[in-house]
Design a protein around this ligand. Structure first.
Ligand code: PLP
Length: 488
C-alpha cells in the first residue's frame, strides 16, 4: 500500500515539475547521486521504496516534503505535491548582529501605540521630535541650493562641504590632512559601516567599548570581524579601563574604537585618558577610530579634545556630523577624516575609496549646508549652557534619578544620555530586557536596556533626556513609583 501511495505521489510531483524519469536520472548523475534506470522505474511502478538518501534527493529535486512522498497526510497545501514554497531567510551574516536601540521592546511599544496608548519615549537620540529646531539659516540655505543639488556629487562629497569640514578639523588640531582625506556620508552610520567593511577580514579583531553605541559592534560583526569589548569603568567616570584594553589585545587586533563624547554614558574623555589610549595604540600598532558626533554638545565649560590631535604618527579616522549638533538627524549628513600616518594605511584607504565610489555619493542637499552649519553662530551653544534646554534637562533628570532608592548614576558631561545603574540585588533583576518590557507595559515608558549597548550585566539602562522637563518629571515620577515595588 505504501509503495503504491509513494508511486502515486512521485508521479504527481514529477508531472507538476514537468520532469520525466530520464530527467531525474540525469540530475542525479550531475549531483553524484546513484540512481539507475531500473530503480526509478521500480519506484514509479510501486514495486519498491527508495533508500533515505534517494528519497531526500527526489524530494529536493521535485520540491516536495519527504514525509508527503512517503504517504503522510499533510496539513498544508504547499506539500500536497504542489510546489513547495521557497522560504527566504536572512543571511547568516546577521546571526550575531544586535541593534536593540530599535529592537523587540520598541516593537512592543509600537504595538501599544497602535492600540491607542501613549508612550513616553526616552529611547532614541533624535532631537527634532522633542522640539529642537534646525537653525533657520540652515533651512534657508538648503532651499536656495536645492536646484543645484540634483545630480550626484563626487564620491567623497562637494568641495565646499569638505573644505568646511577640513577647516573645522584644523581648529581641532587634527594633523596631516588635506581635502582628499575627508569623506562625507549619509550620516556617520554609513561611514561606520563602510570603514569596518573595508578593514576587517574574517576573524580580525577590533576593540570596541562596552557599553558602546551598538552600530560599531554590529558593523564590525557584519564585516566578518570579531568585536572584542573593553570595559569602560563606571567607578572612574566611565573612562576606558586601560588594563582591560591591554589584556584584550592579541596578534589579530587591528584597531581600537573610542566614542567620545560617549553614547550611552555621556562621558567626556580628558586629554590624559586619550593620551593613554594613544600610547597603547602606538605600542601595538593599532588604527584609532574615534566617533565624535557629540563633540559640540559638551557642558560645564569642558573642552573636547580630538584624539587624532594627539597621534600624528598613528593612523586615525575621526567621525562626526550634523545629526546631533544641528538637530538634522533626518537630513543624513556625517563625515570621516583620515589623519596622521596615512602611509601605513595606503591599501586600506584604497578600500575606503572603492566602497565610497560604489555608493556613488552621500545625500547632496545635506552636503550643501555643511559650510553654513559649521560656520558662524552655533545655536547649539545656547542649549548646553546654564538656562539652556539640554543643560537644564540634564540637571533635572540627574537629580530625579538620584532621588530613587536603588538607582545611582554618574553625571553626564556631554551628549544627551544618562546611563543609570540599578541595584539588581534589591530589585532581583536577572534580565534587563525583561525589565525594559515591564517598565513599558506597566508605566508606558520606553527606555533601552543596558544589554542593547553590549553591556553584559543586567544592571543599567539608558535614558535620552531630550524631552522637556515636564515630560521628564512625569517619567521620573512614574519610574520612582515603579522601582518602589518592582521585583523580578
Ligand atoms: N555615533 C554615535 C555615537 C551615535 O550615538 C549615533 C546616533 O545616535 C551615530 C553615530 C549615528 O549618527 P548619524 O545620524 O550621523 O548616522
Amino acid at each position: 500500500m505504501l509503495k503504491e501511495t509513494f508511486a502515486e505521489r512521485l508521479k504527481t510531483a514529477m508531472d507538476l515539475q514537468g520532469k520525466k524519469q530520464v530527467d531525474l536520472i540525469r540530475i542525479a548523475s550531475q549531483q553524484g547521486v546513484k540512481l539507475g534506470k531500473s530503480h526509478i522505474s521500480q519506484y514509479v511502478n510501486g514495486k519498491t521504496l527508495p533508500r533515505g538518501d534517494i528519497l531526500h534527493f527526489l524530494a529536493e529535486t521535485l520540491q516536495v516534503e519527504e514525509e508527503w512522498l512517503m504517504g503522510k497526510e499533510n496539513q498544508t497545501n504547499q506539500t500536497r505535491g504542489e510546489r513547495k514554497m521557497r522560504e527566504f531567510k536572512k543571511s547568516s551574516k546577521l546571526d550575531n548582529v544586535l541593534y536593540d536601540v530599535r529592537g523587540p521592546v520598541v516593537d512592543e511599544a509600537e504595538r501599544m501605540e497602535d492600540a491607542g496608548m501613549q508612550i513616553l519615549k526616552l529611547n532614541i537620540g533624535n532631537p527634532a521630535p522633542f522640539g529642537f529646531k534646525t537653525p533657520d539659516e540652515v533651512i534657508y540655505d538648503m532651499r536656495r541650493q536645492l536646484t543645484d543639488c540634483e545630480g550626484y556629487s563626487s564620491a567623497k562629497g562637494l568641495f565646499s562641504a569638505r573644505k568646511a569640514i577640513m577647516q573645522y578639523a584644523q581648529l581641532k588640531k587634527i594633523p596631516n590632512l588635506s581635502i582628499e582625506d575627508i569623506y562625507t556620508g549619509n550620516g556617520v552610520s554609513e561611514l561606520i559601516n563602510l570603514s569596518m567593511s573595508a578593514l576587517l577580514d574574517n576573524g580580525d579583531e577590533i576593540l570596541i567599548p562596552s557599553p558602546d553605541y551598538p552600530l560599531w559592534t554590529a558593523c564590525a560583526t557584519l564585516a566578518g570581524g570579531k568585536a572584542v569589548h573593553y570595559i569602560c569603568d563606571e567607578q572612574s567616570e566611565w573612562y576606558p579601563d586601560m588594563e582591560d584594553i591591554k589584556k584584550k589585545i592579541t596578534d589579530r587586533t587591528k584597531a581600537i574604537v573610542i566614542i567620545n563624547p560617549n553614547n550611552p554614558t555621556g562621558a567626556l574623555y580628558p586629554r590624559e585618558v586619550l593620551q593613554q589610549i594613544v600610547d597603547i595604540a602606538r605600542e601595538h600598532q593599532l588604527i584609532i577610530f574615534s566617533d565624535e558626533i557629540y563633540d559640540r554638545l559638551v557642558m560645564d565649560g569642558e573642552e573636547h579634545v580630538s584624539i587624532a590631535s594627539l597621534a600624528p604618527d598613528l593612523f586615525c579616522v575621526t567621525f562626526s556630523g550634523l545629526s546631533k549638533s544641528h538637530m538634522i538627524a533626518g537630513f543624513r549628513i556625517g563625515w570621516m577624516i583620515l589623519s596622521g600616518n596615512k602611509r601605513i594605511a595606503k591599501d586600506y584607504i584604497e578600500g575606503l575609496k572603492m566602497l565610497s565610489n560604489m555608493r556613488l555619493c552621500s545625500n547632496v542637499p545635506a552636503q550643501s549646508i555643511v559650510q553654513t552649519a559649521l560656520g558662524g553662530h552655533q545655536s547649539v551653544n545656547d542649549y548646553i549652557l546654564p538656562g539652556g534646554r539640554i543643560y537644564e534637562q540634564r540637571e533635572f533628570i540627574y537629580k530625579q534619578l538620584l532621588d530613587i532608592p536603588g538607582i545611582s548614576c554618574v553625571k553626564p558631561k556631554a551628549a544627551f544620555y544618562i546611563f543609570p545603574k540599578m541595584d539588581i540585588k534589591r530589585f532581583h533583576i536577572l534580565d534587563d530586557e525583561k525589565f525594559a518590557l515591564d517598565l513599558l507595559q506597566e508605566k508606558k515608558i520606553l527606555i533601552v536596556h543596558g544589554g542593547g549597548f553590549n553591556w553584559h550585566q543586567p544592571d543599567h539602562f539608558r535614558i535620552v533626556y531630550l524631552p522637556r522637563i515636564e515630560v521628564l518629571k512625569e517619567a521620573s515620577e512614574k519610574m520612582k513609583d515603579f522601582f518602589s515595588y518592582y521585583h523580578q
